[in-house]
Write a protein that binds this ligand. Sequence first.
Ligand SMILES: [Zn+2]
Length: 663
Amino acid sequence: MPGFLTSPADAKIRRSRGGLLLAVVASGFCLVAPLLRASLATAPVRPSATQGGKSAGAAAAPAKPDLHPNLMLITVDTLRPDALGWVAGKNDTPAFDAYAAEGVRFAAAVSPVPLTLPAHASILSGLLPRRSGVRDEGQPLPAGVLTLAERLEQNGYSTAAFVSGAPLESIYGLDRGFALYDDRMAEGAAGAAERRAFDTTTAALAWIATARSPWFVWVHYYDAHDPYEPPQSFLRPGPRGAYDGEVAYIDAWLGRLRAGVPATASANLLTVLASDHGEALGEHREKTHGLFLYDATTDVPLVFHFPGRLKAVASREPARLIDLAPTSLDLLGLAPLPGIDGISLRPLLEGKPQAVPAAYLETRQPWNRFGWAPLTALRDGTWKLIAAPRSELYDLNKDAGEGTNRIDAEHPVADRLTAALREIEKRPAASGRGVAVSEAARRAFGERGATKSLAPPPGLPDPKDRLELHDRLEAGEDALREGRYAAAIAAFDAVLGAEPTNRFAALRSGTALLQAGRLDEAAKRLTRAVELDPEGAEARSALATVFSRLGRFRAAAPQWLELARRQPRRVDAWSNLGLALGRTGNPADLDRAVAALAEAARLDPGNPRRRSDLADAHLALARRALGQGNRSAANRALISAVEIDPGARNRAAADPKLSVLVR
Ligand SMILES: [Zn+2]
């Protein structure tokens, strides 16, 4: 059934053509409203006039001579400290080095989680992932978590974000507090949305040029994320040359970003540079990030650059990314975020003695993706404990590479760190787990409760004991990306032979079967993937897609519904849910079909396709009412349809049943 499903990939390709084409975009992963705001903000007009109602209050605030400083937060995704000239002296990164040389610099700050969305949620909220509720990619920020951007917006700041990777798309909720959240991206080499540093910098500078002070801008660069494909002139020699080249390429644009800030704004500007996590590059046999909690993926650079206010100095303290927001607010003279895990490091930054608390780390990716044991860790001074089925203890002073496990030799240290770890885990979540949803969404959900999530059971395998399977999964993934479906399926099947509960192998073999057009087999395999991982959005999405393509709409609808529950701002989930409910053959499903399509239209207001789908659902209501002999209800439904989409009148006139209503 080509053309039936609305797919996020479709939207991403079209999105690269720019905001003006949004009116004809068939569907979207991401909201159109922020995109439209983005396109307006790049026009040569004052943003205060274009940012809509959300910032009207802020725009009305009178400019004062004693303004709060401006804040520029720059996060460079997937940045190992040793890719920077000022840390290891092996790469050419003059712009980053200049910021570091003039600021308070931490060559080894600590990320609480080596995953993009959770780490950025922690950067912006000051909360550990287990308390923010964002513990893996694709998990939206729950309602009630207050962020740095919201705090600054409350204080009259103009706010804007320019993000460059799919994990940070607005549907996951980090846009909260940003009057402008520009997540316009094209499809990158890996098939997911991303934006190169050139485009991100250009968009950010266009906003900064006319932004009303005080302003807060967050600029996120994603180029160093794999795959590593720097422009040829930045390619470095050696096994990590492509990775280092990406960092050097970003650095070139970082320099232009800095140079492009008007002097009036940069005279009173706090710039904070950080990464969300590192990259393993083969250390501990991990290629990228997310599987383990070794320093290779959790050490990050952090710089506070505030000329005239902070003296330049290098600090060896293990500052934490959760300290970034409270420290920034303190430096700006603003109230802290309440009840957070991070602390203000201002005393330390001002040269006073300050002990940084132990750093708590976690990764749920082994469990969520593969069905292996999740990991937690505590980094306290020289010691680092990784709590795993086979726990590890490292003396970082003597063993920076985390090569010698001291757990058996240092029982008292391990016990002390374990107790401290458990103490931190007693802290309650910072807010409810729920994400705010609209009335239409609630109606579409109906009576059916959400599927219960599975807590990791005891006895799961240790990820470090599954590296061979992990390699085979990566080989399968490479084959899938290259369209070699038979090879991909064979690789995943081999893993399932060794480990039948492997979530990734079930999901991705199902995806390969789907892409190969073997829909019945895909349905079976993806049903298994959903059983193994009821919380996984990707498995729900793939299974729902298969059922819809097979015309099995009664089976598809509950899967689209679960996807919408997990990612309630995901337009394609609502749209496909509504279309499936409209085709189940059960007239009672039509009301929820209308609600779901209304939600899709609400989330994607500039898209005429959403309106015509919704109008068609109202026409179906009219047909149902006529069948029940209720002509006045049929007339009301027809009027609603025509109000939503005037073209519905012609479609009704051409409809053998509805034509009696059209005069
Ligand atoms: Zn990242």
